[in-house]
Every structure is written in structure tokens, then in C-alpha cells.
Design a binder for this molecule. Structure first.
Ligand SMILES: Nc1ncnc2c1ncn2[C@@H]1O[C@H](COP(=O)(O)OP(=O)(O)O)[C@@H](O)[C@H]1O
Ligand SMILES: [Mg+2]
Length: 225
């Protein structure tokens, strides 16, 4: 048995008087795709941010074995840069040369967005922007990718695309944690679903299909999705 890639131990986090994470324990194995579900405000984004180190815990700890990438909900592409410039910007701060550009082209091809490499973000659809955001993450060669609400703001056709897109990233050997309220999406992609309720992990199971996942959600959170 290899050691887990991500270990969260007794994590606590509050914002003022609002307790957002409470005694959260979580271990994530390599090559898994873990869904993080719960109603709005249940602490999904906060947990991802603390795993990434964008935010600090009040108590407890997070250990990640490997590089962590983060795909933001609103993509946060640089509007004044082309697709290629967007994905080259951060790695160029550390590395120069033609090899980097070749790697960028390869990543754009892998994510089927190379035709847009000289286009500015304003001319891309939501799904295309997401491919670019993902390409930018992959340029950092992460072992772990954290995605916050990867299907929000995308239509249903695009959701199916996101499933195959993220599966192709998983096939590259990247372990993923996906915070999402989209149970249909998670039922298609997640190998495991962790339920967060008021900052606690209240269930942790393998999803079967959309309807049973929705049923579990309703039972756990006692309201309809
Ligand atoms: N930077 C922050 N400052 C103050 N409160 C915050 C901050 N970030 C999140 N919160 C609060 O923490 C709770 C959990 O938020 P969040 O992690 O975004 O939940 P989710 O992603 O599940 O919707 C919410 O009550 C939210 O208002
Ligand atoms: Mg959130």
C-alpha cells in the first residue's frame, strides 16, 4: 500500500465566529477522483483552499505528497494575454527556452484547444476557457489537481465534455479533488464522494449512479437538490 497523496488531519477553520471546518479527517489515494459535496456554505471551497495552502487552518494539518494545482471556479485567465501567453506566463518566470513552448503546445493539443492558441480569452466559450484554465494548471505538472465547481456556469452539453476532459487528465496520472454541487456530474466521474455538512465529513462512499447519489444527498442533507 502506498502512502496517501493527501492527508488532512483534524482540520479546524473558522471565519470570525463562523466555524467552517471542524475535525475534518481525510486521506486521498493516488489516481482517485474524489468528489466533495454539500450545500452552499458547507466548507467545500475552504477545504480545497486549505489543501492548496491558499488559506491556513486554525488547527490540524494537511500533507500533500506532490505538486498541487488549483482550477478556480471563474478560471481567472489573464484577459490581455492570448491562450498561449496565458499558459506560458507562470512557467516562464522560472524557465526559458523552446522546450517550454513545445510543452505548452503539447498540453494544448492534449486538451484539444490548440486551434485557439493565439486567441484572447474574450473570444472563447465557457468550455474553451475551462480547457485553457486546465492547460495552465497542467503546465505546472501537478500530481494533484483541485477543482472548485468545475461545471458551474457551463451548460449540460459542456458538462459531458468536462467529464471526458477530466478523465483524460486523470489518465495522465493526476489525482483529483472536485468540489461540486452537481451530483449528475460527480456520479459520472468520481470514484469516491465525500459529504461535508456544516464543516464535518458526514459520509464517504463510492457513488453508483446519479439517482442513488441524489437519494443519498437528500437523506443526508434532508432537502431536495
Ligand atoms: N474569506 C472568508 N471570509 C469570511 N468568511 C468566509 C470566507 N470564505 C468562506 N467564508 C464562509 O465560510 C463558509 C463556507 O464557505 P465555503 O467554503 O465557500 O463553502 P462552499 O464552497 O461549500 O459553498 C460560508 O459561511 C462562507 O461565508
Ligand atoms: Mg464553494
Amino acid at each position: 500500500m502506498s502512502a496517501p497523496l493527501i492527508t488532512v488531519q483534524q482540520a479546524y477553520k473558522s471565519f470570525g465566529t463562523v466555524r467552517v471546518l471542524e475535525a475534518v479527517d481525510l486521506t486521498i489515494k493516488a489516481h482517485s477522483i474524489v468528489g466533495l459535496v454539500g450545500p452552499s456554505g458547507s466548507g467545500k471551497s475552504t477545504l480545497l483552499r486549505c489543501i492548496q495552502g491558499l488559506d491556513t487552518l486554525d488547527a490540524g494539518g494537511v500533507t500533500c505528497r506532490g505538486k498541487v494545482g488549483f482550477m478556480f471556479q471563474d478560471f481567472q485567465l489573464f484577459p490581455h494575454m492570448t491562450v498561449l501567453q496565458n499558459i506560458l506566463y507562470a512557467p516562464r518566470l522560472k524557465e526559458k527556452g523552446a522546450a517550454l513552448e513545445q510543452r505548452a503546445q503539447k498540453v494544448l493539443e492534449q486538451l484539444k484547444i490548440s486551434a485557439k492558441s493565439s486567441v484572447f480569452p474574450m473570444h472563447l466559450s465557457g468550455g474553451q476557457k475551462q480547457r485553457v484554465a486546465l492547460a495552465r494548471c497542467l503546465m505546472g505538472q501537478p500530481d494533484i489537481l483541485l477543482c472548485d465547481e468545475p461545471t458551474s456556469g457551463l451548460d449540460i452539453v459542456t458538462t459531458t465534455e468536462v467529464v471526458s476532459l477530466l478523465q483524460s487528465v486523470c489518465a495522465l496520472g493526476v489525482t483529483m479533488v472536485l468540489a461540486s454541487h452537481d451530483l449528475e456530474f460527480l456520479a459520472q466521474i468520481a470514484t469516491r464522494v465525500v459529504f461535508l455538512k456544516e464543516g464535518h465529513v458526514v459520509a464517504d462512499e463510492e457513488p453508483c449512479d446519479t439517482s442513488s447519489l441524489k437519494e443519498r444527498y437528500t437523506t443526508i442533507f434532508s432537502h431536495k437538490e
